[in-house]
Design a protein around this ligand. Sequence first.
Ligand SMILES: Cc1cc2nc3c(=O)[nH]c(=O)nc-3n(C[C@H](O)[C@H](O)[C@H](O)COP(=O)(O)OP(=O)(O)OC[C@H]3O[C@@H](n4cnc5c(N)ncnc54)[C@H](O)[C@@H]3O)c2cc1C
Length: 385
Amino acid sequence: MSDYYDVTIIGAGLAGLQCARLLARKSLRVLLVDRKNTLDQKIHTTGIFVRRTLIDFDIPEDCLGPPIKHVTLFSPALRSMEFVSEHDEFCIGRMGQLYQRYLQQCLLAGVQWLPETSYLGHVATNDKLTVRLGIGAVTTRYLIGADGARSRVASDLKLDLNREWIVGIETVYENALIDGPPRLLCFLDPELAPGYIAWIAHDGEETHLGVGGYPSRFDPLSALETFRARVGNIVNLQNARQIERRAGYIPVGGVLRNIANTNGLLVGDAAGAVSPLTAGGLDPCMRLSAFAAQVVSEYLSSGNPQVLSMYSGELFRARFASRLWARRIASTLGQRQLLELGCAVLRFPLLNRIARHVFFGRGSFPDVETMFDTSVVSSGKVASI
Ligand SMILES: Cc1cc2nc3c(=O)[nH]c(=O)nc-3n(C[C@H](O)[C@H](O)[C@H](O)COP(=O)(O)OP(=O)(O)OC[C@H]3O[C@@H](n4cnc5c(N)ncnc54)[C@H](O)[C@@H]3O)c2cc1C
């Protein structure tokens, strides 16, 4: 193993893996570090990919479950409303397999992989950084924080930190039975999922049963147990086998403003790149990491710090404005009757169209790659993009 790298990436979740393979394909010397010993363990995402990601990125088909086009929304009193798309809208990723596949692609592109190694801090000297890792120190030109929602790299780089969270917890089953085609079932319930939803994601092969909400307002484990009992007549778990338990923090305050400087930048959850309303973070991971790889390679080859001003959360936040408002509203809806009423009015055509847009729309994160324009960089107009 060398002790000098162009880029050191902390975290081998979807964001870190996407960044690492793209940067290595640009012939940069990349070190990828994760404290996990293997990437198919301690997964903390349901792994639902939306159509837009499946169209725009190379997610291998054998790492995806069967497609889903049906969504059922349940009110607190378990009144249901169906939404069906003409397209295949979602696939549940086989995330362990996908992480391993992307890791193989990283290795093929020349990435140096350091599993079971914790990031402990860094010191900046002149134009280099000394990164302290569990196994010793390495020198790098640039540091990328892909270390998740509670990023230590963000704090060390003195970049912005996530401040608003929900927590999600779920159980994954094989052989669970649900009538009808593969579907997502979303349950609004202010006690079991305060400020978010409880869910069953069922693609016919895997079934994920989970709850999410503001951590100060519920006990996730007991909410999950209560939820499981409550949906006993919707999902038959008699012959089901529990294969995994997953849980984690989800930042819902919107993409952070200050996410890059001359020492490093943030991607994925570390950058707050999660839809504040749906809490979907996989599409933003792929998009923002692809953009980060472009910006970092341009910065390292030109040495022009102005390139980094393109990588500012300010430029993406406008796109999140309506979702941030929706999050404010969702976080205050604590009464069952109010939520029940909210569900009832969703039957009106205009509101029904808005709900369809939330489930099936294409707009969770801007197409940031198209913002990258090297001619703008050289003309010095970056800040005005
Ligand atoms: C329960 C749950 C369900 C979800 N379901 C969905 C969904 O269905 N669809 C969707 O779009 N989004 C979903 N999300 C959100 C989505 O999973 C995340 O936005 C996304 O996985 C974030 O990826 P990431 O690579 O940024 O971070 P992570 O996947 O958190 O990866 C961070 C990595 O950094 C490593 N790390 C952290 N600190 C250190 C350190 N000090 N040293 C070394 N390594 C370190 C960790 O081990 C980890 O591997 C869900 C989230 C949760 C919690």
